[in-house]
Design a protein. Structure first.
Length: 682
C-alpha cells in the first residue's frame, strides 16, 4: 500500500452528485437516522421492537480489535445511495466497494450509473440483499483478529427495529467467505450500533453511555467483560454524549474519532454554545487517559459550530472515514467554506502523510454524514506489525534493542530481508537497519553508537502477497519519537512581572519589575528592543546572560512627572531570547493616571504550586484573568490545552496521567502576555 505525504484535496460531486433520498419502509413509514415515534409504534405492531439475532459463544484465543486506520480490503455501501458518486469514484481507485442491492435488476442499474460516472468497475462487488436504510456504519460488522492468525466478524442486534438491516452481517459473512478466505461471525447478546463504537486497535475502545442505557439488563462490569471476551478490549470508556439534548442519537462518531492508538479528534463548539462545557469535559476526559502505548493521549480539536445545534452550519467533521492512507472528510465546499478549510487543516496536522480529501455534498447532516453511510471491511490477509514503541526519555547505554512481532493473517511468508527499522537522529536522514527473526514471530535488531538526542523511527515489513506495512501505519511522515539520553543543552525562558508599591502623589516616578528566569539547562541570552511608551519608560538592563537556574530582574522606570493629560497609557516592548520556544516575546504595558495619582501597572505575579507535584497543582494569577493554559513536554510537543472562560484567578490543573518528568506550562492572559513555567511531575 502506497503511503505518500500529500496535500489535502477536495472532491466536488459536480454534475453527477447524487442527493440522499428520503427513505421509506414497505408500509410507507419514513425512516430517519433516529427512529421517529411513528416508526417505533409501527415496529411494535409488527413485533420488530423485540427482534433479536441469536447470540453465539465468544471466540477462543487471543483477541484483538481492528481499528479503522488498519489495512482495509473493501468498503460496504448500499443502494439507493446516501453518498455522492464522487466518493465512490475515489474509493474504487484503490479498494473494493461492496454495494448492497436488492436484486440483479438493481445491480444492473447501479453498474450503469458506475460506468457512466467513471467508477472503477474492476473494484466493485455486489451483495444482493434487502435493506431498510443506507446507514451501513450503524448495522454493519465490527472486526477482530483471533490469535493473530485470522480475521473474524463481530455482530450484534441493531438498535433499530429494522429487520432487513439487522440481517445484513450474516449475508455479508457468506458473501465474503465465497469471495476469499472464510470469515467466521460471532454474535453478541447485546443491542448496539456501529456509529457508537470506536477502538484503537490494541486494548482500548470508547462509546457514549448509550451502550449502557440500551443494555440496562447487564451491569457495566458485565458489558466490559463481554467486550473483553469477544473483542479483546481491556479498557472500555463510556462517555456522556455532549450533543444531548439538541440531538439524542448519542453516536460517538458525531463528535469524536480515534486517529491512531494515541490520538483522538474531538469537536469544539463556540463558547456561547449552551453545550460548550460538555464538549470541553469530553475533550478533557480523553486528555486524562493514557494510551495503550503508555503515553498521554493526544487530543486534537476541530471547530464544529453546528455540532450541538439544530440550526447551526453543517460541520460533521469527526464523521469521516479513514481508508488506508486516505481520509475522507464530509464538507460543504472545501475550497471556499472557512469551516471546511480549517477542518481539513486540522486533519492534515493531526495525520501527516495521509491524503486528506474533502467530499463536498449538500446532504450531509451534523449527526449523519460520511462515516454513518459507509463501512470499512478489514483486510482478511492483513500483515500485522505488533510493536511497543519507545517514548519519553530512554537511557543511552550505547546499544538500543528494537523488537517487533510480525504476523500474516493468511500465513503469507514474510520476506526475511524486509523487516527493518528506519531511524533518524535529530531530524537527519533516515537510516535502515535490518531486523532478524529471533524466535517465532519475533524480530529484533540491536543498534549501537547512537548519539543522545531526538530519535524518530518506524518499523517496516513486507510479505510475498505484496503487502507492505509500517508501524506507525503511515510510516516516515509521522514516526515514533523519543529522547535518547540527556537532552541537549537548551535555554528556557520564564517571565514573572511583579507590581511595585504605589505612590499616589499626582506627579511621580514609578518603578516596576520583570523577573526573567532561566528554566532550561543552558545559558539564556536576552535583549530588549522596540520600547514604545510615549518616551516615558526607561528599562535597565537592556540585555544580559542568565545561567541555568538563575534569574535576572529588569527594572521598568515610568516617568509621569509631565503627563499630557489624565488618561490610560498603553505601550509595549519586545524581549528577544535564544530560547527556541520563546524567541520573541512582546510584553504589553498599561498604566492609569488618576486625579490623585498613578495606579499600579496592570501585570501581577503568577504562581504555580506545589512544584514538584504528584498530580494536581494550582495556578494563581493575582489580578490577571487567564485565558489559556497549554502544557508542553520537554521537546516542545503540546500535550494539553485549556481555554478558560471563568473569571477565577485560581485554577486547579491535574496532570496525574502524565509520565514522571519535566513539563512546561504556558499561561496566556487577557492582556495578551504569556508566562512560561517549568513544573516537575513526580
Amino acid at each position: 500500500m502506497k503511503k505518500n505525504l500529500l496535500l489535502f484535496i477536495a472532491l466536488t460531486a459536480s454534475t453527477f452528485i447524487t442527493f440522499a433520498q428520503s427513505i421509506y419502509n414497505k408500509d410507507g413509514i419514513r425512516l430517519y437516522h433516529t427512529p421517529s415515534q411513528q416508526e417505533i409504534e409501527w415496529a411494535k405492531s409488527k413485533g420488530y421492537d423485540t427482534l433479536r439475532i441469536t447470540p453465539t459463544l465468544a471466540p477462543v484465543g487471543q483477541i484483538r480489535p481492528i481499528a479503522e486506520w488498519e489495512p482495509m480490503e473493501a468498503v460496504l455501501i448500499r443502494y439507493p445511495f446516501g453518498i455522492p458518486m464522487s466518493l465512490i469514484v475515489e474509493m474504487t481507485k484503490d479498494i473494493k466497494v461492496i454495494t448492497i442491492v436488492s436484486s440483479t435488476s438493481q445491480e444492473n442499474t447501479v453498474r450503469g450509473q458506475y460506468a457512466s460516472n467513471g467508477v472503477n468497475i474492476a473494484n466493485c462487488e455486489f451483495l444482493i440483499a434487502n435493506t431498510d436504510t443506507y446507514w451501513t456504519r450503524d448495522y454493519g460488522p465490527w472486526f477482530m483478529a483471533i490469535n493473530n492468525s485470522e480475521m473474524a466478524m463481530y455482530d450484534f442486534t441493531y438498535n433499530r427495529p429494522r429487520p432487513n438491516d439487522n440481517q445484513i452481517n450474516g449475508k455479508l459473512a457468506t458473501h465474503m467467505s465465497s469471495n476469499g478466505p472464510t470469515i467466521n461471525r460471532y454474535v453478541a447478546n447485546l443491542t448496539l450500533c456501529g456509529g457508537n463504537f470506536m477502538n484503537n486497535g490494541i486494548t482500548q475502545a470508547a462509546s457514549t453511555t448509550l451502550t449502557l442505557t440500551e443494555n440496562s439488563s447487564y451491569t457495566t462490569a458485565q458489558i466490559k467483560q463481554h467486550f473483553l471476551d469477544y473483542m479483546g478490549i481491556e479498557d472500555y470508556h463510556f462517555i456522556a454524549d455532549p450533543i444531548v439534548p439538541f440531538d439524542n442519537i448519542q453516536h460517538i462518531d458525531c463528535w469524536s474519532k480515534y486517529l491512531a492508538p494515541d490520538k483522538v479528534l474531538v469537536s469544539r463548539v463556540p463558547t456561547n454554545n449552551p453545550n460548550w462545557q460538555k464538549f470541553e469535559n469530553a475533550a478533557n476526559y480523553f486528555a486524562s487517559l493514557t494510551s495503550s502505548y503508555g503515553t498521554p493521549m493526544q487530543v486534537f480539536r476541530v471547530d464544529a459550530p453546528g455540532a450541538a445545534t439544530y440550526s447551526g452550519p453543517t460541520t460533521p467533521y469527526t464523521n469521516s472515514l479513514i481508508l488506508n492512507n486516505k481520509v475522507f472528510i464530509p464538507t460543504t465546499n472545501a475550497t471556499t467554506n472557512a469551516n471546511d478549510i480549517a477542518a481539513l487543516q486540522v486533519y492534515q496536522e493531526a495525520m501527516p502523510g495521509y491524503e486528506i480529501i474533502g467530499i463536498n455534498y449538500n446532504s450531509w447532516w451534523n449527526t449523519d454524514a460520511l462515516h454513518c453511510r459507509t463501512h470499512e471491511i478489514a483486510d482478511r490477509c492483513m500483515l500485522y506489525i505488533k510493536h511497543q514503541p519507545y517514548f519519553a526519555e530512554v537511557e543511552n547505554t550505547g546499544t538500543l534493542t528494537f523488537s517487533t512481532e510480525l504476523y500474516s493473517y493468511c500465513q503469507n511468508t514474510i520476506y526475511s530481508d524486509s523487516a527493518m527499522i528506519y531511524l533518524r537522529v535529530n531530524g537527519g536522514e533516515y537510516t535502515a537497519y535490518n531486523m532478524e527473526n529471533t524466535e517465532g514471530s519475533t524480530w529484533e535488531v540491536n543498534i549501537s553508537g547512537l548519539p543522545s538526542g531526538l530519535i524518530e523511527y518506524y518499523v517496516f515489513a513486507a510479505d510475498e502477497s505484496g503487502r507492505r506495512e509500517c508501524h506507525p501505519y503511515i510510516g516516515a511522515p509521522d514516526p515514533h519519537k523519543f529522547i535518547l539520553g540527556t537532552l541537549p543543552p537548551e535555554p528556557g525562558l520564564s517571565l514573572n512581572k511583579v507590581s511595585s508599591s504605589v505612590n499616589l502623589e499626582a506627579s511621580t516616578i514609578i518603578e516596576d519589575y520583570i523577573t526573567v528566569s532561566n528554566i532550561g539547562n543552558a545559558d539564556l541570552v536576552i535583549e530588549i528592543t522596540d520600547i514604545d511608551f510615549d518616551e516615558m519608560l526607561t528599562i535597565e538592563p537592556l540585555y544580559g546572560t542568565i545561567p541555568e537556574g538563575d534569574s535576572l530582574t529588569i527594572t521598568l522606570l515610568y516617568n509621569f512627572n509631565n503627563p499630557a493629560k489624565i488618561e490610560n497609557y498603553f505601550g509595549s516592548f519586545k524581549l528577544i531570547s535564544n530560547d527556541p520556544r520563546n524567541q520573541v516575546t512582546e510584553i504589553t504595558l498599561h498604566a492609569t493616571l488618576t486625579p490623585v495619582g498613578i495606579s499600579e501597572t496592570d501585570i501581577s505575579k503568577i504562581n504555580i504550586y506545589p512544584n514538584p507535584t504528584t498530580g494536581e497543582f494550582r495556578i494563581e494569577s493575582g489580578k490577571l484573568k487567564i485565558e489559556n493554559i497549554t502544557i508542553f513536554d520537554r521537546v516542545g510537543k503540546k500535550l494539553l490545552s485549556y481555554n478558560l472562560t471563568t473569571s477565577s484567578t485560581n485554577h486547579l490543573i491535574n496532570i496525574s496521567h502524565l509520565q514522571t518528568g519535566i513539563y512546561f506550562i504556558r499561561i496566556q492572559t487577557d492582556t495578551e502576555d504569556f508566562v512560561t513555567k517549568k513544573i516537575v511531575k513526580l
